[in-house]
Ligand binder design. Structure first.
Ligand SMILES: NC(=O)c1ccc[n+]([C@@H]2O[C@H](COP(=O)([O-])OP(=O)(O)OC[C@H]3O[C@@H](n4cnc5c(N)ncnc54)[C@H](O)[C@@H]3O)[C@@H](O)[C@H]2O)c1
Length: 357
């Protein structure tokens, strides 16, 4: 099968983790007889340096013309530390999500048996934890207008806006996921305070009539933040708005053991984007120390969601398990005897090449 993939490495550790993901995709394609066709584009600070635009039209065209996008991370301290910067790398990420219509970000949270002892949480709490967070990605406070500062600069405002159709489409997706899993859906909001949350809750209540088999629970975000850590096994499919999902999934990475392990799939109206949930981790950039597995596992999600190639996705996950068993892991997991980013990628590709599966 021909796989048309646009690769957007981005900034910071993006290029080095994406290099490993591409190594692994190539190995899977060799093994299974697929033909990957890559095109490369700029995004984030790298694109600002080149063209002044964090999501240039050329990059958007490449994304629209491909079957899937493999994305690294964006962000650079020179923008983070300059609140007055006119253009920002993050604007590029938000523009990409908006222009590709990526309204749903699917983030599986799972534990790896051979890493349980590395989790900062007690083994009995996290063992077997396995849930999916579905985060709304193109609405809410990150996109709402007006946004800005008063003329005297002493007041700033952001606006949280949700339209019913935006809530309906992502919640339908969440119900569909729930139907394929344990038929349990947790909707996280702040309906005791926020008008947008009340619209979310009302919409989910209406939709639930179409999914009588799905048990729906409603949870305030502050409570969810606590329960994700205290009792992660109680969750199966969790759906929430943009900012709550952003924060809760970083928190949930603690269950797995490292932010460097969590992949995601952003799906919507046009080409889907597969991206680690972490950022550009600027202090590690170019040092070959970042964990590439979030990017590699995002490539597994790409095989699964963009190409419907389940065995290929499974093969990648098996290779990742093998790297844990061989203790070839980066310093976020093993501080005593860490492997380099590229060594992990090499081991995974080599394991896939030699596998009899
Ligand atoms: N989707 C994205 O591209 C995205 C997401 C979040 C943040 N950002 C941007 O990234 C920059 C840095 O933000 P931040 O420091 O808040 O978040 P970050 O995810 O880059 O890093 C936070 C911490 O998580 C750990 N970490 C992250 N990725 C890792 C990896 N692959 N391997 C090992 N450890 C890893 C490190 O300890 C790091 O200090 C900012 O410019 C921010 O805007 C981008």
């Amino acid at each position: 099968m021909k796989l048309k993939i646009t690769v957007l490495p981005g900034d910071g550790i993006g290029p080095e983790v994406i290099d490993q993901a591409v190594k692994v995709v190539d190995a899977v394609c060799r093994k299974k007889g697929h033909k990957p066709e890559y095109s490369h584009g700029l995004v984030g600070a790298a694109a600002i340096d080149e063209s002044g635009d964090p999501y240039p039209e050329d990059t958007h065209r490449l994304c629209m013309e491909s079957d899937a996008v493999l994305f690294g991370a964006i962000g650079h301290p020179r923008f983070d530390n300059d609140p007055k910067a006119r253009v920002r790398p993050e604007t590029g990420l938000l523009a990409m999500r908006k222009k590709l219509g990526l309204y749903a970000n699917i983030r599986p949270i799972m534990t790896f048996p051979s890493l349980l002892h590395k989790s900062p949480l007690r083994k009995e709490l996290v063992e077997g934890a396995d849930f999916i967070t579905i985060r709304e990605l193109t609405g809410g406070i990150y996109f709402g207008r007006p946004q800005g500062r008063s003329e005297d600069g002493n007041t700033a405002y952001d606006t949280c806006v949700y339209h019913k159709y935006e809530i309906e489409r992502i919640c339908r997706l969440a119900f569909d996921f729930a139907m394929k899993r344990k038929k349990k859906l947790t909707m996280v909001d702040k309906a005791n305070v926020l008008a947008t949350s009340r619209l979310w809750r009302e919409t989910v209540q209406q939709l639930s009539a179409n999914y009588p088999e799905v048990e729906v629970e409603y949870m305030f975000v502050d409570n969810a933040a606590m329960q994700i850590i205290q009792w992660p096994k109680r969750f199966d499919v969790l759906v929430t708005e943009n900012m709550f999902g952003d924060i809760l999934t970083d928190e949930a990475s603690v269950i797995t053991g490292s932010l460097g392990l969590l992949p995601s799939a952003s799906i919507g109206m046009h080409t889907s984007v597969f991206e680690p949930i972490h950022g550009s981790y600027p202090s590690a950039a170019g040092k070959n120390i970042a964990n590439p597995l979030a990017a590699v596992l995002s490539a597994a999600l790409m095989f699964e969601y963009a190409f419907n190639l389940q065995n290929e996705a499974w093969l990648i996950r098996q290779a990742v398990e093998a790297s844990f068993l061989a203790d070839i892991v980066t310093e976020d997991i093993d501080t005593m005897n860490p492997a380099k980013t590229s060594e992990v990628g090499d081991l995974l590709a080599d394991w896939i090449d030699k596998s009899k599966i």
